[in-house]
Design a protein around this ligand. Sequence first.
Ligand SMILES: Nc1ncnc2c1ncn2[C@@H]1O[C@H](COP(=O)(O)OP(=O)(O)O)[C@@H](O)[C@H]1O
Ligand SMILES: C[C@@](O)(CCOP(=O)(O)O)CC(=O)O
Ligand SMILES: [Mg+2]
Length: 387
Amino acid sequence: MEVKTRAPGKIILAGEHAVVHGSTAVAASIDLYTHVSLRFPSPSENDDTLIIQLKSVALELSWPISRIKAALSYLGCPFSSTPTSCSAESARSLAALVEEENFPEAKIGLASGVSAFLWLYTSILGFKPATVIVTSELPVGAGLGSSAAFCVALSGAFLAFSGSVNVDMSHQGWLMFGDNDLELLNKWAFEGEKIIHGKPSGIDNTVSTYGNMIKFRSGSLTRIKSDLPLKMLITNTKVGRNTKALVAGVSERSLRHPDAMSFVFNAVDSISRELSNVIQSPAPDNLSVTEKEEKLEELMEMNQGLLQCMGVSHASIETVLRTTLKYKLASKLTGAGGGGCVLTLLPTLLSGTVVDKVIEELESCGFQCLTAGIGGKGVEVCFDGSC
Ligand SMILES: Nc1ncnc2c1ncn2[C@@H]1O[C@H](COP(=O)(O)OP(=O)(O)O)[C@@H](O)[C@H]1O
Ligand SMILES: C[C@@](O)(CCOP(=O)(O)O)CC(=O)O
Ligand SMILES: [Mg+2]
């Protein structure tokens, strides 16, 4: 029997990093997905191995179930119906399991993702042999929330077979989880995201779980209903970076300069709240689409300035900002920064020729441009071969 899940990536319109420190942030799902397939061997296959194939990063790892049991035996029964955090001791055991697999040095950055997989799998399903295949349309480590989509899609697949969620396995095609199940799934995904990000705010796993556009602050979300036809160009600078290190860097800066940084985080909070007011419908004021877009552009530029204050911009990001500004377009980094992706608002009245020119110029710098649908569905599950 096989189950498949898919979970979307995201863009953060305002508030990344500051959201880790209690400020408001605004994020939306995008129609680029991470897919997970989970299959248990039939009794005749007599297989006693846990296999993970990470197709988008060309990595396959496998462990005899007896080896995983031995490494995690001190946990007793690993099954848990409520999401549990990975302790420092468990993290060491998981890291040892990952290292035993002769993890290629060039791919060591992926090790925390494999630890998150092992934690979620053993905590939700225990010591069962299975094959898990992960594919993704998202660039990994580029600010579009691949780590969260990975944890959400894995949690969804494992929970679907755990007996602790209520899903109709006879349904054909993609199916959404119910509200209580989404809440549980989101909590598990957050535990995985903690292993990858260190100190996540929870915004990425929440928007990947629920989809749409959300305002997020201190762990709680408000859905934003918007009729504004928001179009963003996403430019991937292709400069690799690691969210955990960038988040830690901002925390260190705020320890060194607590007063100044608290003003920065408060300013970001105001920007996010204003931005969410501008995009939500019904709008509190009667602004035209163009007037709203102008406000959004200004708020994005202000947010980018504050991200520079936090120390998470990068020369490649500055090149994108300069290039788009030549066309009078406003941009900001999205996600953790330090490279990764930049958002550029494409106003409704902007001509297609200008968009083509900007893309051509950005791509001539070696960047990769993509446009994605904004605000679609969250995680979904599928039990038949149609997905
Ligand atoms: N499809 C995937 N296959 C394997 N690992 C993944 C995948 N997607 C995400 N990851 C994990 O997430 C990490 C990237 O997360 P992060 O640095 O937060 O960047 P982002 O979430 O912006 O893509 C990778 O190093 C890896 O551990
Ligand atoms: C920087 C941060 O606000 C977003 C990180 O997003 P990403 O992993 O770069 O896609 C961290 C967080 O909120 O957990
Ligand atoms: Mg991430």
